[in-house]
Ligand binder design. Structure first.
Ligand SMILES: [Zn+2]
Length: 358
Protein backbone atom coordinates (compact mmCIF):
# COMPACT_ATOMS: atom_id res chain seq x y z
CA UNK A 1 0.00 0.00 0.00
CA UNK A 2 1.37 3.41 -0.93
CA UNK A 3 1.82 6.24 1.58
CA UNK A 4 -1.12 8.11 0.04
CA UNK A 5 -3.34 5.02 0.18
CA UNK A 6 -2.46 4.56 3.83
CA UNK A 7 -3.38 8.14 4.61
CA UNK A 8 -6.75 8.16 2.84
CA UNK A 9 -7.53 4.77 4.39
CA UNK A 10 -6.77 6.13 7.85
CA UNK A 11 -9.26 8.99 7.36
CA UNK A 12 -11.88 6.57 6.05
CA UNK A 13 -11.44 4.11 8.94
CA UNK A 14 -11.73 6.88 11.51
CA UNK A 15 -14.93 8.08 9.84
CA UNK A 16 -16.64 4.68 9.69
CA UNK A 17 -15.89 4.04 13.36
CA UNK A 18 -18.03 7.06 14.28
CA UNK A 19 -21.70 6.03 14.62
CA UNK A 20 -23.90 8.16 12.37
CA UNK A 21 -27.17 6.57 11.36
CA UNK A 22 -29.52 9.21 9.91
CA UNK A 23 -30.32 11.89 12.47
CA UNK A 24 -27.14 11.24 14.48
CA UNK A 25 -24.47 12.88 12.36
CA UNK A 26 -23.14 15.36 14.93
CA UNK A 27 -19.92 13.48 15.76
CA UNK A 28 -19.04 13.06 12.09
CA UNK A 29 -19.66 16.78 11.61
CA UNK A 30 -17.29 17.49 14.54
CA UNK A 31 -14.63 15.22 12.98
CA UNK A 32 -14.87 17.04 9.62
CA UNK A 33 -14.77 20.49 11.22
CA UNK A 34 -11.70 19.51 13.29
CA UNK A 35 -9.96 17.94 10.29
CA UNK A 36 -10.45 21.08 8.22
CA UNK A 37 -9.39 23.32 11.11
CA UNK A 38 -6.05 21.47 11.25
CA UNK A 39 -5.41 22.53 7.67
CA UNK A 40 -6.62 26.09 8.30
CA UNK A 41 -10.02 25.80 6.67
CA UNK A 42 -12.94 27.13 8.63
CA UNK A 43 -16.11 25.07 8.37
CA UNK A 44 -19.51 26.11 9.67
CA UNK A 45 -22.71 24.31 10.49
CA UNK A 46 -26.06 25.60 9.24
CA UNK A 47 -29.08 25.47 11.53
CA UNK A 48 -30.06 22.02 10.18
CA UNK A 49 -26.67 20.44 10.99
CA UNK A 50 -25.09 20.40 7.51
CA UNK A 51 -21.40 21.34 7.37
CA UNK A 52 -20.25 23.99 4.89
CA UNK A 53 -16.72 25.21 4.14
CA UNK A 54 -15.30 27.66 1.61
CA UNK A 55 -11.83 27.55 0.12
CA UNK A 56 -10.98 30.72 -1.73
CA UNK A 57 -9.13 30.40 -4.99
CA UNK A 58 -9.32 31.24 -8.67
CA UNK A 59 -11.85 30.45 -11.34
CA UNK A 60 -15.49 29.44 -11.26
CA UNK A 61 -16.39 28.04 -7.87
CA UNK A 62 -17.50 24.41 -7.49
CA UNK A 63 -19.31 22.62 -4.66
CA UNK A 64 -18.19 19.15 -3.61
CA UNK A 65 -20.83 17.19 -1.72
CA UNK A 66 -20.99 14.00 0.35
CA UNK A 67 -23.48 12.94 3.02
CA UNK A 68 -22.61 12.18 6.64
CA UNK A 69 -25.39 9.75 7.54
CA UNK A 70 -25.41 6.01 6.89
CA UNK A 71 -28.15 3.35 6.84
CA UNK A 72 -28.85 0.74 9.52
CA UNK A 73 -27.43 -1.60 10.75
CA UNK A 74 -24.65 0.92 11.21
CA UNK A 75 -23.81 1.06 14.91
CA UNK A 76 -20.39 -0.05 16.21
CA UNK A 77 -18.89 -0.68 12.76
CA UNK A 78 -15.68 -2.73 12.94
CA UNK A 79 -13.94 -2.31 9.58
CA UNK A 80 -11.31 -4.73 8.38
CA UNK A 81 -8.95 -4.50 5.43
CA UNK A 82 -8.39 -7.68 3.45
CA UNK A 83 -6.16 -7.56 0.36
CA UNK A 84 -6.71 -3.85 -0.15
CA UNK A 85 -10.50 -4.03 0.26
CA UNK A 86 -12.34 -2.62 3.28
CA UNK A 87 -15.36 -4.48 4.65
CA UNK A 88 -17.33 -4.60 7.89
CA UNK A 89 -17.17 -7.60 10.21
CA UNK A 90 -20.45 -8.84 8.72
CA UNK A 91 -22.75 -7.52 11.43
CA UNK A 92 -23.21 -4.01 10.04
CA UNK A 93 -22.96 -2.07 6.81
CA UNK A 94 -19.54 -0.53 6.13
CA UNK A 95 -20.71 3.04 5.64
CA UNK A 96 -18.67 3.62 2.47
CA UNK A 97 -22.01 5.15 1.40
CA UNK A 98 -21.06 7.86 1.89
CA UNK A 99 -18.05 8.12 4.18
CA UNK A 100 -15.76 7.03 1.35
CA UNK A 101 -16.97 10.20 -0.40
CA UNK A 102 -16.11 12.29 2.66
CA UNK A 103 -12.68 10.64 3.11
CA UNK A 104 -11.74 11.21 -0.55
CA UNK A 105 -12.80 14.86 -0.40
CA UNK A 106 -10.90 15.56 2.84
CA UNK A 107 -7.76 13.80 1.59
CA UNK A 108 -7.86 15.64 -1.75
CA UNK A 109 -8.36 19.04 -0.15
CA UNK A 110 -5.45 18.43 2.21
CA UNK A 111 -2.98 16.91 -0.23
CA UNK A 112 -3.64 18.07 -3.75
CA UNK A 113 -2.71 21.69 -4.06
CA UNK A 114 -6.02 23.24 -5.03
CA UNK A 115 -6.20 26.50 -6.86
CA UNK A 116 -9.91 26.70 -7.70
CA UNK A 117 -12.49 28.30 -5.40
CA UNK A 118 -14.16 25.30 -3.84
CA UNK A 119 -17.05 24.91 -1.42
CA UNK A 120 -17.53 21.75 0.58
CA UNK A 121 -20.99 20.64 1.70
CA UNK A 122 -21.49 17.64 3.97
CA UNK A 123 -25.17 16.90 4.43
CA UNK A 124 -27.22 15.15 7.10
CA UNK A 125 -30.20 12.79 6.58
CA UNK A 126 -29.61 11.96 2.91
CA UNK A 127 -30.71 8.37 3.40
CA UNK A 128 -34.14 9.36 4.69
CA UNK A 129 -35.10 11.52 1.73
CA UNK A 130 -32.27 14.04 1.21
CA UNK A 131 -33.60 16.12 4.07
CA UNK A 132 -30.25 17.79 4.77
CA UNK A 133 -29.95 19.02 1.19
CA UNK A 134 -33.62 20.04 1.25
CA UNK A 135 -33.12 22.15 4.38
CA UNK A 136 -29.60 23.39 3.63
CA UNK A 137 -29.01 27.10 4.15
CA UNK A 138 -28.24 27.93 0.51
CA UNK A 139 -27.36 31.51 1.45
CA UNK A 140 -24.11 30.06 2.82
CA UNK A 141 -23.05 28.84 -0.65
CA UNK A 142 -22.37 30.73 -3.86
CA UNK A 143 -21.34 28.15 -6.50
CA UNK A 144 -23.61 27.49 -9.45
CA UNK A 145 -22.34 23.94 -10.07
CA UNK A 146 -21.85 20.94 -7.85
CA UNK A 147 -20.41 17.44 -7.92
CA UNK A 148 -21.85 14.88 -5.50
CA UNK A 149 -19.60 11.93 -4.61
CA UNK A 150 -22.40 9.43 -4.02
CA UNK A 151 -23.08 7.05 -6.92
CA UNK A 152 -22.74 3.30 -6.45
CA UNK A 153 -20.51 2.81 -9.47
CA UNK A 154 -16.82 2.49 -10.33
CA UNK A 155 -14.52 5.51 -10.35
CA UNK A 156 -14.96 7.27 -13.69
CA UNK A 157 -18.73 6.86 -13.91
CA UNK A 158 -20.81 10.01 -14.22
CA UNK A 159 -24.54 9.81 -13.52
CA UNK A 160 -25.85 12.00 -16.33
CA UNK A 161 -29.50 11.00 -15.98
CA UNK A 162 -31.40 10.71 -12.73
CA UNK A 163 -35.16 10.14 -12.32
CA UNK A 164 -38.07 12.28 -11.26
CA UNK A 165 -39.55 10.57 -8.20
CA UNK A 166 -43.08 10.88 -6.90
CA UNK A 167 -43.73 9.24 -3.52
CA UNK A 168 -47.26 9.03 -2.26
CA UNK A 169 -49.45 7.72 0.53
CA UNK A 170 -52.98 6.57 -0.12
CA UNK A 171 -55.98 5.48 1.84
CA UNK A 172 -59.12 3.53 0.88
CA UNK A 173 -62.14 4.20 3.08
CA UNK A 174 -64.78 1.48 2.97
CA UNK A 175 -67.51 0.57 5.43
CA UNK A 176 -67.10 -1.80 8.36
CA UNK A 177 -69.47 -4.51 9.49
CA UNK A 178 -69.69 -8.16 10.53
CA UNK A 179 -68.18 -10.75 8.22
CA UNK A 180 -71.44 -12.77 8.25
CA UNK A 181 -73.25 -10.00 6.31
CA UNK A 182 -70.87 -8.83 3.58
CA UNK A 183 -73.74 -7.00 1.82
CA UNK A 184 -73.83 -4.44 4.61
CA UNK A 185 -70.16 -3.45 4.47
CA UNK A 186 -67.59 -2.30 1.94
CA UNK A 187 -64.33 -4.16 2.34
CA UNK A 188 -61.36 -1.84 1.74
CA UNK A 189 -59.02 -4.81 1.28
CA UNK A 190 -61.07 -6.11 -1.66
CA UNK A 191 -60.96 -2.67 -3.26
CA UNK A 192 -57.22 -2.41 -2.65
CA UNK A 193 -56.77 -5.77 -4.38
CA UNK A 194 -58.77 -4.51 -7.36
CA UNK A 195 -56.67 -1.36 -7.49
CA UNK A 196 -53.41 -3.32 -7.27
CA UNK A 197 -54.48 -5.69 -10.00
CA UNK A 198 -55.05 -2.81 -12.39
CA UNK A 199 -52.15 -0.58 -11.31
CA UNK A 200 -49.63 -3.46 -11.49
CA UNK A 201 -46.67 -1.92 -9.64
CA UNK A 202 -43.20 -2.88 -10.87
CA UNK A 203 -41.36 -2.20 -14.08
CA UNK A 204 -43.31 0.13 -16.37
CA UNK A 205 -40.67 0.23 -19.09
CA UNK A 206 -36.92 0.72 -19.47
CA UNK A 207 -37.24 4.28 -18.23
CA UNK A 208 -39.86 4.06 -15.50
CA UNK A 209 -40.78 1.93 -12.45
CA UNK A 210 -43.44 1.97 -9.75
CA UNK A 211 -43.78 0.34 -6.36
CA UNK A 212 -46.23 -0.16 -3.52
CA UNK A 213 -43.92 -0.67 -0.57
CA UNK A 214 -46.18 -0.66 2.50
CA UNK A 215 -49.77 -1.70 3.22
CA UNK A 216 -51.68 -1.58 6.50
CA UNK A 217 -55.32 -2.50 7.05
CA UNK A 218 -57.81 -4.44 9.10
CA UNK A 219 -57.80 -5.97 12.56
CA UNK A 220 -59.74 -9.17 12.71
CA UNK A 221 -60.79 -12.15 10.59
CA UNK A 222 -64.52 -11.65 11.25
CA UNK A 223 -64.67 -7.91 10.61
CA UNK A 224 -65.14 -6.23 7.25
CA UNK A 225 -62.08 -4.03 6.88
CA UNK A 226 -63.11 -0.39 6.48
CA UNK A 227 -59.68 1.15 5.91
CA UNK A 228 -56.48 0.34 4.02
CA UNK A 229 -53.47 2.63 4.02
CA UNK A 230 -50.58 2.24 1.61
CA UNK A 231 -47.37 3.91 0.48
CA UNK A 232 -45.61 3.79 -2.85
CA UNK A 233 -43.66 5.65 -5.46
CA UNK A 234 -43.19 6.16 -9.18
CA UNK A 235 -39.79 6.87 -10.78
CA UNK A 236 -39.27 8.00 -14.35
CA UNK A 237 -36.47 9.65 -16.29
CA UNK A 238 -39.02 11.67 -18.21
CA UNK A 239 -41.24 14.11 -16.33
CA UNK A 240 -44.11 13.55 -18.77
CA UNK A 241 -44.04 9.80 -18.15
CA UNK A 242 -44.11 10.43 -14.43
CA UNK A 243 -47.13 12.71 -14.84
CA UNK A 244 -48.90 10.14 -17.00
CA UNK A 245 -48.32 7.38 -14.42
CA UNK A 246 -49.41 9.65 -11.61
CA UNK A 247 -52.68 10.35 -13.41
CA UNK A 248 -53.13 6.66 -14.12
CA UNK A 249 -52.67 5.83 -10.44
CA UNK A 250 -55.30 8.36 -9.43
CA UNK A 251 -57.69 7.26 -12.16
CA UNK A 252 -57.51 3.57 -11.19
CA UNK A 253 -57.88 4.35 -7.51
CA UNK A 254 -60.82 6.60 -8.17
CA UNK A 255 -62.54 4.08 -10.42
CA UNK A 256 -62.07 1.15 -8.02
CA UNK A 257 -63.40 3.08 -5.05
CA UNK A 258 -66.32 4.78 -6.83
CA UNK A 259 -67.57 1.53 -8.28
CA UNK A 260 -67.71 0.02 -4.78
CA UNK A 261 -69.21 3.02 -2.96
CA UNK A 262 -65.97 3.71 -1.12
CA UNK A 263 -63.78 6.81 -0.94
CA UNK A 264 -60.05 7.39 -1.26
CA UNK A 265 -57.36 9.85 -0.23
CA UNK A 266 -54.09 10.32 -2.09
CA UNK A 267 -51.31 12.50 -0.72
CA UNK A 268 -47.98 13.46 -2.28
CA UNK A 269 -45.22 12.68 0.19
CA UNK A 270 -42.35 13.92 -1.92
CA UNK A 271 -41.63 15.07 -5.43
CA UNK A 272 -37.99 14.83 -6.49
CA UNK A 273 -36.75 16.57 -9.59
CA UNK A 274 -34.74 14.52 -12.04
CA UNK A 275 -31.97 15.67 -14.32
CA UNK A 276 -30.66 14.77 -17.73
CA UNK A 277 -27.42 16.18 -19.12
CA UNK A 278 -26.10 15.85 -22.63
CA UNK A 279 -22.52 14.65 -23.03
CA UNK A 280 -21.76 17.99 -24.65
CA UNK A 281 -22.90 19.88 -21.54
CA UNK A 282 -20.17 22.08 -20.02
CA UNK A 283 -20.44 20.52 -16.58
CA UNK A 284 -20.25 16.98 -18.01
CA UNK A 285 -17.26 17.88 -20.15
CA UNK A 286 -15.57 19.47 -17.16
CA UNK A 287 -16.10 16.44 -14.91
CA UNK A 288 -15.11 14.02 -17.71
CA UNK A 289 -11.92 16.05 -18.20
CA UNK A 290 -11.04 15.68 -14.51
CA UNK A 291 -11.66 11.93 -14.61
CA UNK A 292 -9.43 11.48 -17.68
CA UNK A 293 -6.65 13.58 -16.18
CA UNK A 294 -6.75 11.42 -13.05
CA UNK A 295 -6.13 8.39 -15.30
CA UNK A 296 -9.58 6.83 -15.42
CA UNK A 297 -11.88 5.93 -18.28
CA UNK A 298 -15.07 8.00 -18.48
CA UNK A 299 -18.45 6.24 -18.44
CA UNK A 300 -21.84 7.91 -18.66
CA UNK A 301 -24.78 6.25 -16.97
CA UNK A 302 -28.49 6.55 -16.29
CA UNK A 303 -29.41 5.62 -12.73
CA UNK A 304 -32.87 5.03 -11.24
CA UNK A 305 -31.68 6.36 -7.87
CA UNK A 306 -31.80 9.90 -6.54
CA UNK A 307 -29.05 11.66 -4.57
CA UNK A 308 -28.48 15.09 -3.06
CA UNK A 309 -27.69 16.14 -6.66
CA UNK A 310 -31.44 16.02 -7.48
CA UNK A 311 -32.19 18.43 -4.65
CA UNK A 312 -29.37 20.79 -5.60
CA UNK A 313 -30.75 20.86 -9.15
CA UNK A 314 -34.14 21.76 -7.77
CA UNK A 315 -32.55 24.64 -5.86
CA UNK A 316 -31.07 25.99 -9.09
CA UNK A 317 -27.52 24.63 -8.76
CA UNK A 318 -26.36 22.44 -11.66
CA UNK A 319 -25.38 19.20 -9.99
CA UNK A 320 -24.58 15.58 -10.79
CA UNK A 321 -23.23 12.58 -8.96
CA UNK A 322 -20.15 10.47 -9.68
CA UNK A 323 -19.20 6.91 -8.79
CA UNK A 324 -16.42 6.20 -6.31
CA UNK A 325 -16.02 2.44 -6.32
CA UNK A 326 -18.20 1.31 -3.42
CA UNK A 327 -20.05 -2.00 -3.78
CA UNK A 328 -23.08 -3.78 -2.29
CA UNK A 329 -24.30 -0.69 -0.47
CA UNK A 330 -27.16 -0.85 2.05
CA UNK A 331 -26.06 -4.37 2.95
CA UNK A 332 -23.67 -6.05 5.37
CA UNK A 333 -21.56 -7.05 2.35
CA UNK A 334 -20.75 -3.42 1.53
CA UNK A 335 -17.11 -2.85 0.56
CA UNK A 336 -14.67 -0.47 -1.07
CA UNK A 337 -11.12 -0.86 -2.37
CA UNK A 338 -8.45 1.37 -0.87
CA UNK A 339 -7.22 2.15 -4.40
CA UNK A 340 -10.67 3.57 -5.19
CA UNK A 341 -10.57 5.87 -2.14
CA UNK A 342 -7.35 7.31 -3.55
CA UNK A 343 -8.55 7.22 -7.16
CA UNK A 344 -11.60 9.28 -6.25
CA UNK A 345 -9.40 11.73 -4.34
CA UNK A 346 -7.27 12.12 -7.48
CA UNK A 347 -10.36 12.87 -9.58
CA UNK A 348 -11.44 15.46 -6.99
CA UNK A 349 -7.92 16.92 -7.03
CA UNK A 350 -8.14 17.39 -10.81
CA UNK A 351 -11.59 18.99 -10.54
CA UNK A 352 -10.21 21.44 -8.00
CA UNK A 353 -7.32 22.36 -10.21
CA UNK A 354 -8.02 21.52 -13.81
CA UNK A 355 -9.56 23.26 -16.76
CA UNK A 356 -12.07 25.95 -16.15
CA UNK A 357 -15.66 25.14 -15.54
CA UNK A 358 -17.46 27.20 -18.14
ZN1 LIG B 1 -25.53 7.69 -0.31
Amino acid sequence: MTKQEKEVLKIFLELVKIDSESGNEKKVADFIIDFLKEINIKAKRDSYGNVIAKIRGRGESLILIAHMDIVAPGKGIKPKVVKGVVKSDGRTVLGADDKAGIASILFAIKNFNNSRSVELVFTVEEEIGCKGAENLDYRMTESKQAVVIDSTAPVGYITVTSPFIFSFSGEILGKGGHARTPEEGVNAINIFAEFLNKFKPGRINENAVSNIGAVVGGNSSNVICDNVKFKGEIRAFDKKVLERERKRLKFILSKATRKNQARFKLKTERLVRGYNYKKSDNLIRFVAGGIKKAGFEVNYQKRMGGTDANVFCEKGIRALSIGHGRRNVHSIRESIAVSDLLGTAKVIGKLCRGVDLV
